[in-house]
Design a binder for this molecule. Structure first.
Ligand code: PLP
Length: 440
């Protein structure tokens, strides 16, 4: 590791080459990328079109500061995104990653209300079991206890309501529809408790990723959320940093929930690992209020709108659309769900297998009937990660699924180009890693 200040002090293999669905290390071992890192590598590694687009952009223009210039790469990426964005979304602000995009979304919401004469609106409501990034504003919005804990005194106060988490929170005998409405109505109760005039935005991941393991909302939940936001003049921010860009089988995950947000963030799949890029997209109403008000969104980063990143993002999006990958994500995603269910569906320590498209989660439990979690001291998720690497599989296990402290899940988000054989390889390796982790 030398002087690299990494995520942990543990010795990690050194990655030297990526090709298709595999990463190779310096020792010559190949790892099947079953999680795209963290839902990043949607096109797999070493895609020739994206590499060519980056090279071509580098030969022309690497950087021009956005305080002075726009660029063809940024403009054409924004146009392409808007052409395929949820209804009403009309403007794109390019950034360098997910946390930056969420920070920008929160600040844009605040400035919108300042410009429209509602300066008292400043509160954000979010959900427990959510992750919106590691910078302080995004971390404050997130509801994951262990990520927040050490930095609690630095975090702006945020309200957190329950997520829509059918496996855990739907009551015995309650229909999915009734549960979805009950869960959504928590938002209305919280808005009323805080006083609607003080609430600025509600932020949520349409399919919860890192903190819960690919948990989609039940049908009807987000429609009710949309109605509640509209009724109280609260902006709806959807964080699609992980679940967007085709990961769930539609370009934007919210398409499947039948709603459009006021602001939406994307990142991981947009750069697909080739360049750091994120984006915040908003409606014309928000943009116009600022354009016709003070004239400028008071924000910015040195590297936002970077031409190389924009060229990579445009090539990735062109590949997703042009190669017709969305139907493939849906078909391979169904195949992955079926294979997981056949292999692990009756496993005594697998409580739930869920998700959409090539975004799947497996919740591990100590006991299937009571759904009781493993003792966190057993560090089941860390063991699954270690044994999976030993089997030659990259997956994304995490803990704190249930309440930020208890509960283990494994998140899967393989490249959209994964074959059926590779799905079989993934599930076989994962199943062995789970068994080894539990036996250890
Ligand atoms: N939002 C969501 C939903 C995420 O999953 C993540 C990262 O996992 C982020 C925001 C933060 O993105 P980044 O790590 O690029 O800052």
């Amino acid at each position: 590791m030398g002087h690299v200040f990494g995520r942990s002090s543990a010795q990690l293999p050194r990655a030297v080459r990526g090709e298709g669905c595999y990463i190779h290390d310096a020792e010559g071992r190949a790892y099947l990328d079953g999680s795209g890192g963290a839902a990043v590598s949607c096109l797999g590694h070493s895609d020739p079109d994206v590499r060519a687009a980056i090279h071509a952009q580098l030969d022309q223009l690497a950087f021009a500061h956005t305080g002075f210039f726009t660029s063809e790469a940024a403009e054409s990426l924004a146009d392409l995104l808007i052409e395929h964005a949820p209804e009403g979304i009309d403007r794109v602000y390019l950034l360098s990653g997910g946390s930056e995009s969420v920070e920008a979304a929160i600040k844009l919401a605040r400035q919108y209300f300042l410009e429209t004469g509602q300066p008292q609106r400043h509160r954000v409501i979010a959900r427990r079991q959510s992750y919106h990034g590691n910078t302080l504003g995004a971390l404050a919005a997130g509801g994951n206890a262990w990520r927040r804990e050490k930095y609690a005194p630095l975090l702006v106060e945020t309200s957190h309501i329950a997520p829509c988490y059918e496996y855990r929170l739907r009551e015995e005998g309650e229909s999915a529809e009734a549960y979805g409405l009950r869960a959504a109505d928590e938002l209305e109760a919280e808005i009323q408790r805080l006083g609607a005039e003080s609430v600025m935005a509600f932020i949520a991941e349409p399919v919860v990723g890192a903190t819960a393991g690919a948990v989609p909302a039940v049908e009807g939940y987000f429609k009710r959320i949309r109605e509640i936001c509209d009724r109280h003049g609260v902006l709806l921010i959807l964080d699609e940093v992980m679940c967007g860009m085709g990961r769930t089988g539609t370009l934007f995950a919210c398409e499947q929930d039948g709603i459009s947000p006021d602001i939406v963030t994307i990142a991981k799949g947009l750069g697909a690992g080739y360049m750091p890029i994120g984006a915040m997209l908003c409606t014309a109403a928000i943009y116009d209020a600022i354009a016709q008000g003070s004239g400028a969104f008071q924000h910015g980063h040195t590297y936002h709108g970077h031409p190389l990143a924009a060229a990579a993002g445009r090539a990735v999006l062109t590949a997703i659309l042009g190669r017709n990958l969305l139907p493939q994500v849906r078909a391979r995603g169904d195949y992955l769900q079926t294979t997981l269910t056949e292999t692990l569906g009756q496993h005594p320590h697998v409580g739930d297998i869920r998700g959409r498209g090539l975004f799947r989660g497996i919740e591990l439990v100590a006991d299937r009937d009571s759904k009781s979690p493993f003792d966190p001291a057993l560090k089941i998720n860390a063991k699954v990660k270690r044994f999976a690497m030993d089997e030659g599989l990259i997956c994304y296990p995490a803990g704190g699924t249930l309440d930020g402290k208890h509960g283990d899940h494994v998140l899967l988000a393989p490249p959209f180009i994964i074959s059926e054989d590779q799905v079989g390889e993934l599930v076989g390796k994962l199943s062995r890693a789970i068994d080894r982790a539990i036996a250890a």
